[in-house]
Design a protein around this ligand. Sequence first.
Ligand code: C5P
Length: 228
Amino acid sequence: MKKIIIAIDGYSSSGKSTLAKAISEKLKYKHIDSGALYRSIALFAIQKKIFNSDLWNVHNFIPLLEKINLKFKWNKKYGQTNIFLNEENIQSKIRTEKIGKKVSLLAQIPEIRKILTVMQRNIGKNKGIVVDGRDIGNYVFPKSEIKIFMKGSIEIRSYRRYQDLKKRGEKVSYEEVKKNLIHRDIMDVSRNISPLKKSVDSVEIDNTSMTIEEQLNLIFQLINKKTK
Ligand code: C5P
């Protein structure tokens, strides 16, 4: 079967990673959760106490990134790809609201986007990947054979994210989660560099009232056409 690149972009908590993971398992493709890369940088910035001063300075932070070692590794026990920062598995540490509140701020910085774009292109150079994020179809892999754009009502996305955080034991309210999602959506669509934007050649999926099976059926119809 011909190897392709599948780009899944869309709003926060629109189910991109869930779909990407299911597709990559079926096709035995690599899955790049690009949000995890941006979240890892946010975790690193918090660890380095970058936000402790109102005068936080990007120029002091960027050189620190030269030394970080960020890698995806397969976790056999849980049957999923985990992200490692300097050899530490940070998969669950990056999913917190604390990270959610800082990540979009850092994602606006051109130097950070450049480093993470190069990293993603390296992982994907032999194709056979599913990548989810905000700028994949438009910028990171503009020649992706399949481009999906995901959306869903703010209420359903907030509810999904709220349930997810509750399962992880975080004490957050639905209203707080919704507020953060709205804030991240605004920052992601309005930033100057690589904003979240539906590309003309993408297929839109609004999964407000669709099951995962229905979404996968739709995507596999596209995949079957492209991999023949
Ligand atoms: O996908 P996830 O919600 O984990 O992404 C967290 C944040 O990382 C997004 O809100 C966005 O600000 C940033 N991001 C990005 N470009 C990507 C992936 C994520 O700017 N390709």
